[in-house]
Design a protein around this ligand. Sequence first.
Ligand code: PXP
Length: 238
Amino acid sequence: MKFTLNVDHVAVLRNARAEENPDPVTFALLAELYGVDGIVVHLREDRRHINERDLRLLREQLKTKLDLEMAAVQEIINIACDVQPDLVTLVPEKREELTTEGGLNVIDNIEQIKDTIDQLHDADIPVSLFVEPDINQIDTAAEINSDIIEIHTGVYANAKTEEDAFDELERIRQAAKHAKKIGLGVNAGHGLDYINIKEFRVIKDIDEVSIGQAVIARSVFVGLEQAVKEMIDLIGPN
Ligand code: PXP
């Protein structure tokens, strides 16, 4: 299982004072040196995390891969086509939310999402759709030529009882198996941390996990190198 690091929270800290530090680009480059398999950033319409300068510098400097999370809106599609990330992950975006709250409803928004995938494919950019572990959503993602799905793990991460966590894990396992069977790549993320990753990492059909909050928060206490290496040790070999 590969591990990509979401560095949006570093940009949030920088933006809090409208100054230059901490620079999410420097942070991402160091995380690469410490062994992450890629960097994830979310360019929001309100630019509350990273901005276009960050995105363009990351594109120029990263040695691993750049996964751009974004909403299916034309302004950001145009930026993506210009910057050429290695992957675009389409996510739902609401201005008032603290973080992405759940998967895309691919079925109800099929035309808009299909048109976005087509535009990104025309620019040779592979596309992943962030979805719930729901077979119908996954089948629809495949129908409109998504290359990858990213399974939302927030329900698993926030489960209040062991039984609920187990049930959701099973749902994720089945969804990942189905997605693989129909030819999709399978990523996963949201709310994964140093504790819940232990049960999660054994799901064999998941290619990659995308983690932000837990690793950035831990790096405040123990430093980025240790925070990244501890997570890599927990996830295990690729
Ligand atoms: N995947 C997606 C699609 C996300 O929106 C986020 C949060 O930005 C993550 C993964 C990472 O979530 P967390 O910060 O909770 O690890």
